[in-house]
Each structure stands twice: as C-alpha cells, then as structure tokens.
Design a protein around this ligand. Structure first.
Ligand code: ATP
Length: 597
C-alpha cells in the first residue's frame, strides 16, 4: 500500500471524485441487494396469501430502485473517470518534468523504450485502478458486510453456514495475489525491453540495414518476444490454477445453502421467500468474489506500475542547484573560465581510469581554446564539466571567479552555446530548430545566425526555405547541413562561451574556414572552446591543449606545438603530408627561430 501512499499527491486533491466513485458504487450495490428482499415480499406476502394488488406496488418499487441504482452507477462512472484521468494527467506531467530535471548521468543508463512504456502503459495501469479498481475492491468488502448483515437478519444459522467457506476463499485469493505479482512485474519489464528493441531498431535502421543485420535483429526481437510470451503463459497458468479453485469454493456455499435451505422449507422451518432472498443475496455476494481475482489482478498490476513510476519519480538528480545558487546577470558575465586541478571519473565506469586528471586551464574572456587528442582522451568530458553535465570529482571550474557549482544551472547554461558532435535536430521547421534556445529571436537575428553558420544559402534553396520540416534527427539533410543548422542555433543567442565539439567535422575545409572567421568576428570578446581532430580547425587558437587518457600532455600555440616533438607535431605531419611546402615552411621557421633564439 505504501506505493499508493507515495502517489497520494497525484490523486488526493480529487478525493471528492474518489468518494463519488466509491460511494456511488457502494450505494448502487446496496440498492441491488434490495431486489432479493422484494422477491421475498412478493412470494411470502403477495403470492402465497393471494394479495394480487401488491404485485403492481412491488413492480413500481422495483422500477424506482432501478432508476436510483442507475443514477448512482452514473456517479461512480463519472467520478471514477474524472479521478483516474486527472491523476494520469498529473502523473504524466510529473514524470515528464522529472525527465527534464534528470542529469546527463541518468540518460547514460536510461533506455528510451523503457521510459516510454513507463509513461504510457504504467500510467494506464494506475489510472484504471485508482479510477475504478479501488471502488470495486471496496465495493466487494462492503457487499460482504451489507449482504452478511441482511442475510443474518433473515436467518443467522443458514447465513453462517453459507459464509463458512468464505475465509477459505479469502486465503486462496491472497495466495493468488502473491503468485501473480512477480509475474506482472516481469511482464512490465518485458514490455519495456520489447519497446526498447523496436525503438532502437527504428532509430538505428540505417546501421542495421547497412550491415545486413536484419536476421540478427529479428533474432534479438524474437528472444525478447519469447520472454514476453512466456511471461504471459505463466500468467495464464496462474489464472488457470486459481480461477476455477475460487469459483468452486464460492459455489460450495451456494450448494450448501440450497441443500440445507431446501430441506428446511420442506420442514416448514423456513419460508420459501426467505430461501429465495437468501440464495439471491448469496449469488450477489459470490459474483464479485469470483472477480476478486480480477480486482486483485488490477491491484497488483497497478502496484507493479506504481513501483516503476516511483522509481523514476524518486530518481536522485545528480547535478542540481546548490541551496543559494547565484543567478548570473547576462549583461555582466564576461566568460573568463578557469579549470583548477580538475579530475573527473564517470560514476558508471568504475572499470575505467579517470576521464580527466589534474586538468588546468585559464581561458580569459575572448580567448579561443583548442582541444586535441585521440578518441576517448577526455575532450568532450572537459567541456561537459563546464556545462555541468556532470560535476567535477576534484578541483573546481570557475566562471568569472565563481565556482560553477554555486551558479544556478539554468543561468550558467544560458551563457554557453554548444554544438555537439552529433547535431540533433527536432522534427519541426528549420526556423524553430534555429531559435530553439532563443524563441524570441527576430527574423533578422535568425537569418543573421544562419548566414554566420553558412546555412542561409542552402536553406533558401529548399522550396519551403526556413519553413522546411526536418525529420526526427534531421532526415533529409546532409551531415554538414545539420551541423550548420546546429551552429546557427548555438550562435543565435550570442553566448558568452561557445563550445564546438567536433562541430565542423562534416564540413569541407573552405566552408569550415568561412564559419570560423565568422565565429571569430561574432565571438570577439567571448570565449570559444574548439574540439577537433583537424589541425586546420585549431591552428588559430590562443592555446591548444593536447590530451591523452585524460592527462594534458602538451599545451601552447600552434607555432609552439608544431616545433615540439610530440603528438601535435605527429598529427600535423600526417595531416599536412600532402602539402610538403607548407610543412617545410613551418618547421624551417621553427628551426630558424630556435637557432636565433
Ligand atoms: N557518458 C559516459 N559515461 C561513461 N563513460 C564515458 C562517458 N562519456 C565518455 N566516457 C569515457 O570517458 C573517456 C573520455 O571520453 P570523452 O568523450 O571525453 O573523449 P573524447 O576525447 O571527447 O573522445 P572523442 O574524440 O572520441 O569524442 C572515455 O574513456 C570514454 O569511454
């Protein structure tokens, strides 16, 4: 029950509807119990004494009860529907908000399909139970109490006999709940895994097809599907075992009542009307007891769903605002970045050495910092820490002298424009993609950003220009076009710090140079971090840092590094091997300077 207590905040404000749903059903059920009493009166007081005028009176009473019952059933349905749907609405919003708050580290492990199934199937399970299941379970309890009291008043001995089997039924129902709960939990996670497979396949369809791995993917899907099917077969097995058992026990009561009751009517110690009323009431009590299985089923399903939703809702947020975090004044921020002996290790990668070790950097506002290094050397991690995608393990990063852990996250990130390695575009128009971080941008600002990113030209060549809708991940655009839109998006808000993480790798050298000189102009006085594998992208940086396995192995300007033996010069020689004249010039200049110096 603690799960529903924890979820109380999502439905308790609609407790009026909860009472409406429970009360409506309870009253409708109580009214239903009046039918057998009417039948008893009809037999004992009307038919047997031959009071024919009483037939009409009783019929009219029955009609009145039917109308009242229908009214209360409507109250139950209306309130239950409102309650369930309003709660589901709040839960969906709550989960989505939580997803927005969760840090990068959560998404390193999260699987989209699994999250999707939590936000859909799991919420649906809770909706049905809170909206209707609770009322039905309570109704079964109330029916037992009302029914028992009324039957007891008619004939207590027969009532006790008929109810003798009910504790056994209760025991079996509890066993049923215990057996079915783990199966439901497995089904829920099997649904999650199945959704993950489908989602990953749709997203990665190009990779699957280009490697001709369709049979492998089908195989993987079939394995998950087998798991899902087996879970359902197990579920059916539990049902098959318990359902007839419960029905048998419930009907034993009816059989006992008919046997002893029939004998007593013949004996004259019980009226025929009483026997009919008793058997009618017992039938009404037994019917929901059979469905107790379904109701418990709904309860366990929604408990399993609730667990999965709470797991998401209670997920700790790795990077969040400190108690009194500083809100930056955009006008005052300069963009002076300092890394002070920064080390960092990914929490989920204990097997790996630190991604960054003792990293030092002083990047005054207006400087251009280049980061070079082999794959996995720690370049992306370095700039990720500045964004507070993760918090540093040791040391500190300061923006204009303030430890970024003391700056409000939103206002920190507002100062930073990032173009990631993979340019993600939303499935909307190019215009909306460009002004994603700055929705109030004017037409002219959007065009200007696109021009700087060398994107305006190709965008205007599309028949719909800036109104062209691009697909989920920018389908229909080339890698370079996507990168240019992503650069325009980052430049639009004129951030104090710009991070280009391999952001121009898909562009030809000429376009890259044009973008770079445009960026230099627009970012004058602001700080730029450029991560690249191409020396030509980095050579104009004020300071280039060469990383290897998270350690800084070289640092300096292009001119300095090119003259030092080391990874930078190696990379330079390889990349400029087809331009020996330039290579010779640089090294000769270096040697000359070394001799004269
Ligand atoms: N989200 C993550 N979770 C766990 N480990 C990670 C994560 N991102 C990177 N790493 C690990 O941290 C190390 C540094 O990775 P990082 O992405 O910073 O390198 P990089 O120099 O940017 O590489 P590339 O040039 O390939 O982009 C690598 O060993 C990598 O496997």
């Amino acid at each position: 029950m603690h799960i529903f207590k924890e979820l109380k905040g999502y439905y308790w404000q609609d407790k009026g509807f909860l009472w409406g749903s429970v009360g409506g059903l309870a009253i409708a059920t109580a009214l239903g119990l009046v039918y057998p009493l009417l039948l008893k009166t009809l037999i004992d007081d009307v038919i047997v004494p031959g009071e024919y005028s009483g037939v009409l009176r009783l019929s009219l009473m029955a009609v009145g009860i039917i109308i009242l019952k229908a009214g209360f059933q409507y109250v139950h349905g209306f309130s239950g529907g409102r309650l369930g749907n309003r709660m589901a609405y709040r839960l969906r919003n709550g989960c989505y908000e939580k997803l927005q708050q969760l840090s990068f580290s959560y998404y390193d492990k999260a699987r989209t399909g699994d999250l999707m199934s939590r936000l859909t199937a799991d919420i649906e399970g809770i909706r049905m139970f809170i909206g209707f299941g609770v009322a039905q379970l309570l109704n079964t309890g109330l029916l037992l109490v009302f029914g028992f009291s009324m039957m007891f008043a008619i004939d207590w001995k027969l009532t006790l006999l008929a109810f003798a089997m009910l504790p056994v039924l209760g025991f079996v129902a509890i066993r049923f709940e215990q057996s079915i709960h783990p199966v439901f939990r497995s089904i829920r996670s099997a649904v999650g895994r199945l959704t993950v497979r489908v989602q990953e396949n749709v997203t990665g369809v190009r990779t699957v097809k280009s490697f001709a791995r369709e049979p492998f993917e089908i195989d993987r899907f079939v394995k998950e599907n087998v798991d899902y099917r087996d879970n359902h077969v197990e579920l059916a097995g539990v049902w098959a075992k318990y359902f007839p058992m419960m029905e048998f026990i419930a009907n034993l009561s009816v059989a006992a009542l008919l046997l002893v009751g029939g004998w007593r009517v013949i004996n004259g110690t019980l009226s025929l009307g009483d026997l009919i009323a008793l058997s009618g009431m017992l039938g009404m009590i037994v019917a929901p007891l059979w469905t107790l299985g379904f109701q418990i089923n709904g309860y366990t399903q929604s408990k399993a769903s609730g667990e999965r939703l709470l797991e998401l809702l209670n997920q700790p947020i790795a990077v969040k605002n400190a108690g009194h975090s500083l809100v930056l004044d955009d006008e005052v921020v300069k963009g002076h970045v300092r890394y002070e002996d920064v080390s960092f290790r990914y929490a989920n990668r204990d097997d790996l050495p630190s991604a960054l070790l003792g990293f030092e950097l002083d990047a005054p506002a207006g400087s251009v910092i280049g980061l070079l290094g082999g794959t996995g050397s720690g370049k992306t991690s370095t700039v990720g820490l500045l964004l507070r995608a993760y918090d540093v393990g040791e040391g500190a990063i300061r923006l204009d002298g303030v430890d970024i852990r003391h700056i409000e996250l939103e206002s920190l990130r507002r100062q930073i424009g990032v173009v990631f390695q993979e340019s993600f575009l939303f499935s909307t128009t190019i215009r909306e993609n460009i002004c994603y971080g700055f929705p109030d941008a004017t037409e002219e600002q959007i065009y200007e950003a696109a021009r700087l990113a060398q994107a305006d030209g190709f965008i205007r060549e599309f028949p719909l220009g800036y109104e062209t809708i691009v697909g989920e991940r920018g389908m229909g655009l080339s890698g370079g076009q996507k990168q240019r839109i992503a650069i325009a998006r980052a430049l639009l808000a004129k951030p104090k710090i710009l991070i280009l993480d391999d952001a121009t790798s898909a562009l030809d050298m000429e376009t890259e140079q044009e973008i770079q000189s445009a960026i230099r102009k627009v970012m004058e006085g602001r700080t730029v971090f450029i991560i690249a594998h191409r020396i030509s992208t980095l050579r104009h940086a004020d300071e280039i840092i060469v990383l290897d396995k998270g350690r800084t192995i070289q640092r300096g300007t292009h001119d300095k590094l090119v003259r030092q033996p080391g990874l930078y010069r190696e990379t330079y020689r390889i990349q400029f091997a087809d331009r020996p004249e330039e290579l010779d010039q640089e090294t000769a200049a270096g040697d000359e300077r070394r001799v004269t110096g």
